[in-house]
Design a protein around this ligand. Structure first.
Ligand SMILES: Cc1ncc(COP(=O)(O)O)c(C=O)c1O
Length: 1008
């Protein structure tokens, strides 16, 4: 049925005639109806629908009733039908071509169609499912006859439509899919049809009918339009239709399925039968779509758009091609809150009750078996580092020296050893081990635990795969089936058995294989129980994605009983305590903050990566402490070595300490040549303050607004970021605060001829006032790039002007390099060098020890002498030999890996890319920085430059979802800071930029 033919002028006439409205009209797309957007003088909008007269009046009436019904229950989530001048919701109109039509008016639903909305997150699909669950629940209380029984999109007709249309489809990908979908529906869908509850359903939650109201915070709000395909059918078909559309365009179809169906069933619980029906019906819906398009293409072969519109389906089918379609049923059951597989007695119970011949020929016990932890917190690298021969020798030696026969790798362990590309999926890595690994000598025999028939005899020969693999099918004591999988075998078994061969319990079926033939692992057996193969044939996942841990664990429970192990507790990996957050909040100070809405539990670091308790790898973009990379082997080794020799204080001579102090001072211009070693940045600044006050015999300090210099009592006084923030008491009278030299949002901006000197003048004003006050002027402290202030690069001439003025008044100048030092700024080794000045005192911290508590103060002989007034300076931990060894190792790495140059090159590249993005995204007001100390400032509008923290937080959370850890700073929390370990790889920079580019285009970030 085609939409009625009429001009906008004609539509306007009809509107005036029937509704008394004379407003502006805009044409909208529509498959059945001719739709217009109507803009009223009040600013309100309506939708005007001109409907083909062939549409039965009764079906239109049901449509109106359904909308009114939903409106009364769900509020404004669907359009509200509006009456004509005579009070009718459907009027009959006459067209100039002599035909008649139906007229309808309804309220306008704002929002972006799901198809055009970005991002497509799992939360969004959960909300779509939830909305449609609510719609299905509400419509099911409306008892009406089927308004559109003949509709080709009717779920009841799907099978027939696809069967009949199959011959029209010639494309092999589409045809093959249709054949599979029909087979699946026939086997799993059709038998359930008669047992499923039926009701009125909307039946068309496609991605142009679901509208999204994107927000920067909280879940998106959704609404639904178009009730033209409303039918009475299986209620759960509503979920199937919704799922068919949310799958389109998804890189990870199973994630979209999990989100959509869990959302739907939260609002309208789906019974086990309904959950099983949803997947085959969703495939049939896609099938109908393919067939309908094929029909249209046949009718209009010249219409290229018809082919393009099939592209999302083709892309989805390409992805589904590599997946087992049958798995969709288990996935749907699980997403709806049921067990993924159907069993009368659970596999765990069977494994408890059934007798098994021990797979290794003898029961594994603590007497003959060594536990080999390979989980995230165990030093996996110790066992599985280096060449596979070394790994094998290391493990075998451990077994022998413990006087055991086997070593056991555990079930449900989170492991980082699966590095092949096949283990990477949808931004995650498969890390959850689903079997038990029995390490032993190659050639060790393996026995069938129960009578069984081989269903797989196959060589999964890829690197890090199973190698030669056997899968046996068994019948348990209740007559139900389950499977056992044996991986990394000696290839001999491939010739020994064929699928269909039967073996009795206790038969030797294989031997442990040797590397590299076994998938290139140290010799071991991977043993796994499988409840249902879900269509997997020669292979079955042995490791799962962390996000799918509970799904896979239900399919493959712990197989310890097959090895004759009695005590499950013996072979359970040490899990992470569930109550970590609550315990931390209880036992630790409440004002210790945690990052992110959902805090991360980070257990390992490696270069720029931080790895959480599920083995998820995040790119650390903010930790400038891990300057040369998390856990740099060179630094770790220096620390380990010196810790094993000596760790004491500075009251003894030690070559490492003196060498370090000399090296460090050697990195500074004259006359900065005396060094004090301390443990933290706060200690360094505290000492710097004492030095300045001792030298000047005055107390007063000028500080920069929003600055932070440390957590001690005096440093809180010096830190407006703290004393002017929540809980702060403001600046004491010996501290004067000068404005941040912010040329983007401050008083003097880019159009000022010399903002640096102007801001420097402000420093001098405050210094003068202090010098005249009782406290006198001790000095001026300033970071070389403002960090807490929001990554603000000091404008040219700022420090030159300020330092000259302060010194003229007898004060000292302190450069706080705790954040930016050690080559980070790229052009120079120290941040103050960018300004062409030489401070009197420099404080160092954070990066200096790559995470080891080390910090330093560098000053002139003259100032150090003034401080040495007879009172001993002693610091228990400062300058101990371990810290000195670490400090030396950090300097070595910076030099050897040429990190300062890398910071410059990569920093310039990133700035260039981000500047381009800022031009295209007005919400990104400014990007700035030096080297790898960069910032992105988000605003509500680029002219007024009103800060917008919500936008910055949105980007931080979205980037976290893509695996990048960023955070915000600045007085208004609207600046994203980027100060990663300097070993940031170019490849990750590229990935970061690509993700950022996408995110900046997302709907919630667009300015109104
Ligand atoms: C600029 C600056 N100075 C000093 C400190 C204090 O260092 P610490 O936390 O090591 O005491 C910090 C800490 O964030 C800082 O950012």
């Amino acid at each position: 049925m085609t939409p009625p033919q009429l001009t906008e002028a004609e539509a306007l006439e009809l509107l005036a005639q029937h509704y008394g409205l004379t407003e502006q009209l805009f044409t909208l797309p529509g498959e059945r109806d001719r739709n217009f957007q109507l803009c009223l003088a009040s600013g309100e909008k309506n939708t005007f629908k001109v409907v083909n007269a062939e549409v039965p009046l009764e079906s239109l009436k049901t449509e109106i009733r359904a909308m009114q019904h939903l409106n009364s229950i769900l509020g404004g989530l669907v359009p509200n039908p509006l009456a004509d001048q005579a009070g009718r919701f459907i009027s009959q109109g006459s067209l100039q071509n002599g035909s008649t039509c139906w007229l309808r008016l309804q309220s306008w639903q704002p929002g972006t169609p799901l198809a055009e909305f970005r991002p497509h997150t799992t939360e969004l699909f959960h909300s779509v499912g939830h909305l449609m669950g609510r719609v299905a629940t509400s419509l099911s209380t409306l008892a009406v006859p089927d308004p559109n029984p003949e509709l080709p999109w009717h779920p009841d007709q799907a099978l027939q439509i696809v069967e009949e249309g199959l011959s029209l489809v010639t494309d092999p990908l589409l045809k093959n899919f249709l054949e599979q979908a029909l087979r699946l529906y026939d086997r799993y869908g059709r038998p359930l049809e008669t047992d499923l509850p039926r009701s009125l359903i909307q039946n068309d939650a496609n991605d142009y009918n679901v509208l999204v109201h994107g927000k920067l915070e909280g879940p998106p709000e959704l609404s639904l339009i178009d009730f033209g395909d409303i039918v009475v059918s299986w209620t759960c078909a509503e979920a199937a239709v919704t799922l068919a559309y949310t799958l389109l365009g998804q890189i990870a179809p199973w994630k979209a399925l999990q989100a959509t169906l869990s959302g739907f069933s939260q609002a309208r619980p789906l019974s086990l039968l309904e959950a099983e029906f949803v997947w085959p019906m969703a495939l049939m819906r896609l099938g109908v779509s393919i067939v309908m398009a094929a029909k249209q293409i046949q009718e209009q072969p010249e219409n290229e758009y018809l082919l393009i519109s099939q592209q999302p389906i083709r892309e989805l089918l390409q992805r589904l091609k590599d997946l087992s379609l049958e798995e969709g049923i288990a996935r749907s059951r699980f997403a709806c809150g049921h067990s993924p597989i159907h069993r009368k007695v659970s596999l765990e119970t069977i494994l408890e009750k059934q007798f098994f011949f021990p797979v290794m020929g003898q029961a594994l016990t603590p007497d003959n078996t060594l536990l080999l932890p390979l989980g995230i917190e165990s030093p996996t690298s110790d066992w599985l580092s280096g060449e596979v021969e070394e790994q094998s020798a290391r493990i075998q030696q451990a077994i022998e020296s413990a006087q055991k026969i086997f070593a056991l790798g555990l079930y449900d362990e989170i492991r980082l050893c699966y590095t092949a590309p096949e283990f990477q999926q949808d931004l995650e890595s498969r890390t959850v081990h689903l079997g038990l690994d029995v390490f032993g000598l190659a050639g060790t025999p393996i026995f069938a635990p129960l009578d069984g028939t081989f269903v797989t005899v196959h060589d999964n020969a890829q690197e890090q795969d199973y190698g030669p693999t056997l899968v046996l099918q068994h019948e348990d004591l209740n007559g139900e089936n389950f499977f056992t999988l044996y991986g990394h075998l000696d290839p001999e078994c491939l010739a020994l058995w064929q699928p269909g061969d039967f073996v009795q319990a206790g038969t030797r079926i294989a031997r442990i294989g040797a590397s590299p033939r076994n998938g290139n692992w140290p010799p071991h057996l991977h043993l796994q129980v499988i409840g249902h193969r879900m269509g997997w044939e020669t292979d079955f996942p042995g490791v799962a994605l962390p996000s799918e841990q509970s799904f896979w664990k239900q399919l493959s429970p712990n197989p310890y009983r097959l090895l004759g192990i009695q005590e499950q507790s013996w072979v359970e990996p040490e899990g992470l305590p569930q109550d970590l957050l609550a315990r931390r909040l209880h036992i630790m100070g409440r004002n210790l903050s945690l990052s992110y809405k959902k805090p991360l539990t980070i257990l390992r670091g490696e270069g720029v990566y931080l790895i959480d308790s599920l083995g998820r790898r995040f790119v650390d973009c903010v930790n400038n402490v891990a300057h040369v990379g998390h856990c740099h082997p060179r630094v770790v080794e220096a620390q380990r070595k010196q810790s094993s020799l000596l760790n004491t204080n500075t009251r003894y001579l030690h070559p490492e300490l003196v060498r370090y102090a000399e090296r460090l001072c050697g990195l500074f211009p004259d006359p900065l040549n005396v060094c004090f070693l301390v443990c933290t940045g706060s200690e360094a600044n505290e000492l710097a303050l004492r030095l300045a006050q001792a030298h000047t015999q005055a107390q007063g300090m000028v500080v920069v607004d929003v600055g932070y210099h440390g957590h001690t009592k005096s440093l809180i006084d010096l830190s407006p970021y703290k004393h002017n923030g929540p809980g702060g008491k403001g600046a004491p009278d010996w501290v004067r605060t000068t404005p941040m030299p912010d040329a983007y949002r401050g008083v003097y901006r880019e159009h000022h001829p010399d903002p640096g000197s102007a801001y420097g003048g402000k420093v001098i004003e405050h210094a003068e006032s202090l010098a005249k006050s009782e406290t006198g002027l001790a000095g001026f402290i300033c970071e070389s790039i403002l960090s807490c202030g929001g990554q603000i690069v000091l404008p040219e001439n700022y420090l030159q002007t300020a330092y000259a003025g302060v010194r003229r008044l007898g004060g000292l100048c302190i450069a706080d390099e705790v954040q930016v030092g050690f080559g980070r700024v790229g052009k120079t080794f120290w941040g103050f060098e960018l300004q062409g000045v030489v401070p009197d005192i420099v404080t160092l911290g954070k990066p200096i020890g790559n995470g080891h508590p080390l910090a330093a103060v560098i000053t002139t002989t003259e100032i150090a002498e003034a401080f040495a007034n007879g009172m001993e300076y002693f610091n228990t931990f400062g300058g101990n030999p371990v810290s000195a060894a670490v400090g030396n190792a950090v300097l070595d790495v910076i030099e050897e890996e040429n990190l300062q140059k890398h910071a410059l090159t990569l920093g310039n590249y990133l700035l260039e890319r981000w500047k381009g993005m800022s031009k295209r995204c007005p919400a990104l007001g400014q990007v700035r920085g030096e080297g790898l100390f960069l910032g992105m400032e988000f605003v509500a509008d680029p002219v007024q430059r009103i800060p917008c923290a919500a936008r910055a937080t949105y980007v931080v959370e979205r980037m976290k979802a893509q695996g990048f850890l960023l955070s915000t700073d600045g007085p208004d929390h609207n600046v994203i800071k980027f100060k990663p370990p300097l070993v940031f790889p170019d490849s990750e920079a590229e990935r970061l930029c690509n993700n950022l580019e996408q995110i900046l285009r997302e709907v919630p970030l667009q300015l109104a």
